[in-house]
Design a protein around this ligand. Structure first.
Ligand SMILES: NC(=O)C1=CN([C@@H]2O[C@H](COP(=O)(O)OP(=O)(O)OC[C@H]3O[C@@H](n4cnc5c(N)ncnc54)[C@H](OP(=O)(O)O)[C@@H]3O)[C@@H](O)[C@H]2O)C=CC1
Ligand SMILES: O=C(O)[C@@H]1CCC=N1
Length: 266
């Protein structure tokens, strides 16, 4: 892929995307990373500040991957990269297109608001993009190509949906990890040694995820395939799907995340 990337912030999410890019088709020469404290074990060029980006490096995409609360301090230094050939791709939770434009501070800045997730590190990310004013078809294709290198990509035109997107797929991996932790703890309570319970929980979540990824059936059918009438799974699902069970709890959790995303708008 011949897209040049300026990655601003290489923490947990920026780092996950960088790993995915370098592993899947982006050459290290095409990436400059701005990260004040350096980045361990990467083949890409890393500099400490916007001033240290090599002269003549003209990125197709500037990926803004700093904390939403830091955006106003960090983004202005990158205003000089704004042009009709460069798209700013922000992955900051909550930050609206309007607030990002103010933060970058350049009238000509063209911005896409995106929400990826950490499975991007292994090529299994889910990113949703929302285009700002002036995003050309070419810029859209560039973003899609870049993000498809690390997983699946969807676009929404209604920016208001980005809070719910953040709450479902952006934060979602953490719900699955929390489920895995809870399954392991429950296994221990049911009499298993801790290491065996952890192994069973992790293998089961990974196996179910892989099955769901590869199978043509929808999740409801895959669930039914496990659930023998009158069997053990049905007994567990009666509890999980009871009044305060999974669906109600996840509804509340997703609503809380979406609310927090709105608060971070800036
Ligand atoms: N983590 C996730 O799963 C997801 C995160 N996001 C979004 O991604 C963004 C980053 O989150 P996350 O990776 O978790 O957070 P991190 O804190 O891990 O990453 C942010 C990085 O930016 C660095 N940084 C600080 N100041 C500058 C600067 N002036 N120039 C360049 N880099 C700087 C930080 O360095 P230092 O630590 O030294 O300050 C840190 O490494 C957030 O906006 C978040 O909403 C979106 C989707 C998923
Ligand atoms: O927790 C957060 O705010 C970020 C955004 C989505 C996932 N992590």
């Amino acid at each position: 892929m011949s897209i040049s990337i300026l990655l601003v912030g290489c923490g947990k999410m920026g780092g996950a995307m960088l790993s995915g890019w370098l592993e899947h088709s982006v050459s290290p020469e095409a990436v400059v990373v701005v990260e004040p404290n350096g980045v361990e074990e990467t083949t890409a060029k890393v500099v400490a500040s916007a001033d240290a980006v090599p002269d003549g490096f003209r990125p197709d995409v500037v990926v803004l991957a700093v904390k939403p609360q830091m955006m106003d301090d960090v983004a202005p230094a990158f205003a000089r990269f704004a042009s009709d050939k460069t798209v700013f791709l922000s992955i900051a939770a909550g930050r609206t297109l309007a607030s990002l434009r103010r933060a970058v501070g350049a009238d000509e800045a063209v911005i896409v608001r995106a929400m990826p997730n950490t499975p991007s590190a292994v090529g299994r990310g889910m990113t949703v993009c929302c285009p700002g004013e002036g995003v050309t078809d070419a810029m859209r294709d560039t973003c899609t190509m870049l993000l498809e290198a690390v997983g699946q990509v969807a676009w929404v035109d209604d920016e208001a949906q980005m809070d719910a997107v953040t709450a479902v797929s952006g934060s979602g991996p953490a719900y699955v990890f929390a489920l895995t932790e809870a399954m392991a703890a429950a296994g221990e309570k049911a009499g298993l040694p801790a290491n065996l319970a952890a192994m069973l929980a992790r293998a089961t979540v990974c196996g179910a995820g892989e099955l769901m990824y590869r199978a043509s059936e929808d999740p409801a059918q895959l669930r039914e395939n496990v659930t023998s009438p009158g069997g053990t799974t049905a007994a567990a699902l009666d509890v999980l799907r009871g009044e305060d069970g999974f669906p109600a709890l996840l509804e509340k959790a997703v609503a809380a995340a979406a609310r927090r995303s709105k608060e971070l708008a800036g």
